[in-house]
Design a protein around this ligand. Structure first.
Ligand code: ATP
Ligand code: MG
Length: 430
């Protein structure tokens, strides 16, 4: 036998029925995004490497050690996207949809980072993200956070905590940076190797360290809040009071800096204590500097990205009854003579009953084995077409999820019956 080829470490197949949970999540999130008037953008998965270097920043985990970068056949350096914001901004500049406009976009899809695979951390993972452009005031920060709350509500997820911080303007950050560097240099002996390196290139990132031994040094570090000017303070206060007015609980976490360089002012994360160390399920904030940094005209922007795998895990573990989409009916085909009429019936039923999920048995086999398959398919009922049914013009209907006798219905009666199943989600079978 030939040797088996397996999926790459950290990259996973999503199999049914788990894929049903993914669809449930995607459908619900899309519903929320549409209810806020956001439109979808679809971007390439591969971009010029330079795009990520320039946007995410050279001194970040992503650019330093996590990117899947390769040379294509033309010798261009390309990278599998590690996140979506850079591509979205690139697209906005390229197509000119950012300037002097208010834009609300969302995207979804795979991202690639060469990290150490563990629970909640993969090398191919998926994000649903939002990017808004052209809105300077704190009202859009608030809207975006409310939208994320709407997502948890639509999914029936509880127990997530909103953490909030402000990173001020680049000037304010520069002033803070000097103080932070001085403090960290005083405590150099307590820093791990990563942090010493970050101290040189990107000292704020030290605050982002996940190393438990560093937490005390981080907790005692000076806070950026003291370096904020009047306008930054007001922006943050308005976001906070808006959240208060909307009944959204939050915790101000002055150590929340986000991994990426391009954030300004508001940053936020939704975290859970149910996923161990990988507790952030959604992260975002304002990034007013990025569009200009990538060659566009100065454009304010706010966005976030949600980690689909982590949310799927929460959904799987939650007590919420997800309305996954079971089959309505499994069509049992009794005898060769019934194969073609059954197929035609199935085609007509799908036309006549919008939303019907009907599986037609293929591959022959006896009644008993077909009923077994029907049962295992999760369908609400079995439909039977055989010699008798063909002769009488009626179709057998047997409930699979509860005890009841088989009924024989005309095609019109069957259509009405299936329509009721769709409305009542199988409650009315029998
Ligand atoms: P972390 O601190 O967990 O590494 P991050 O700051 O690198 O996250 P972002 O770049 O902000 O994450 O991405 C947004 C969200 O995407 C994260 O909050 C998380 O839910 C998810 N995510 C990020 N990296 C991974 C990964 N390697 N595997 C699975 N999900 C991920
Ligand atoms: Mg990371």
């Amino acid at each position: 036998m030939a040797s088996r080829i397996q999926a790459i470490r950290g990259m996973h197949d999503v199999l049914p029925p788990e894929s049903g949970l993914w669809q449930y999540l995607e459908d619900r999130v899309r519903g929320v995004l549409q209810s806020y008037g956001y439109a979808q953008i679809r971007m390439p998965i591969v971009e010029i490497t330079e795009l990520f270097k320039r946007s995410i920043g050279e001194v970040t985990d992503i650019v330093e050690k996590e990117m899947y970068t390769f040379e294509d056949r033309n010798g261009d350096s390309l990278t599998l996207r590690p996140e979506g914001t850079a591509s979205c901004v690139r697209a906005g500049i390229e197509h000119g949809f950012l300037h002097n406009q208010s834009v609300r976009l969302w995207y979804q899809g795979p991202m690639f980072r060469h990290e150490r695979p563990q629970k909640g951390r993969y090398r191919q993972f998926h994000q649903i993200g939002v990017e808004t452009f052209g809105m300077r005031g704190p009202d859009i920060d608030l809207e975006v956070i409310l939208l994320t709350r709407g997502i948890w509500q639509a999914l029936g997820l509880e127990g997530l905590t909103l953490q909030l911080n402000t990173l001020g303007t680049p000037d304010e950050r520069a002033a803070y940076r000097e103080h932070l560097v001085a403090y960290l240099q005083d405590h150099a002996q307590s820093l791990d190797e990563d942090s010493r390196r970050r101290l040189e290139g990107n000292p704020l990132r030290v605050l982002d360290s996940k190393n438990s031994e560093m937490q005390q040094v981080i907790a005692d570090a000076p806070s950026l809040m003291q370096f904020l000017g009047e306008e930054s303070r007001r922006h943050f206060a308005t976001v906070c009071s808006g959240l208060d007015d909307c009944g959204v609980a939050y915790v101000v976490n002055p150590r929340l800096v986000r991994g990426l360089d391009y954030y300004t002012l508001t940053v936020f994360e939704w975290v859970t204590d149910q996923l161990g160390a990988q507790g952030t399920v959604c992260a975002g904030g304002r990034y007013d500097g990025l569009v200009e940094q990538l060659g566009g005209r100065p454009t304010p922007a706010v966005g976030f990205a949600l980690g689909v795998e982590r949310v799927v895990t929460l959904l799987r573990d939650s007590a919420v009854e997800q309305e996954l989409d079971p089959l309505h009916a499994y069509l049992v085909v009794a005898g060769d003579a019934a194969v073609r009429p059954a197929l035609l019936l199935a085609e007509r039923l799908r036309d006549r009953v919008p939303g019907l999920r009907l599986l037609t048995h293929c591959g022959g086999g006896g009644l008993k084995s077909q009923f077994k398959k029907a049962d295992r398919s999760g369908a609400i009922c079995a439909l039977v077409v055989g010699e008798d049914e063909l002769a009488s013009g009626r179709i057998g209907v047997k409930a699979l999820r509860r005890e009841s006798a088989q009924q024989n219905l005309s095609e019109d009666e069957l259509v009405a019956f299936l329509q009721r199943q769709i409305v009542t989600r199988g409650e009315g079978v029998g």
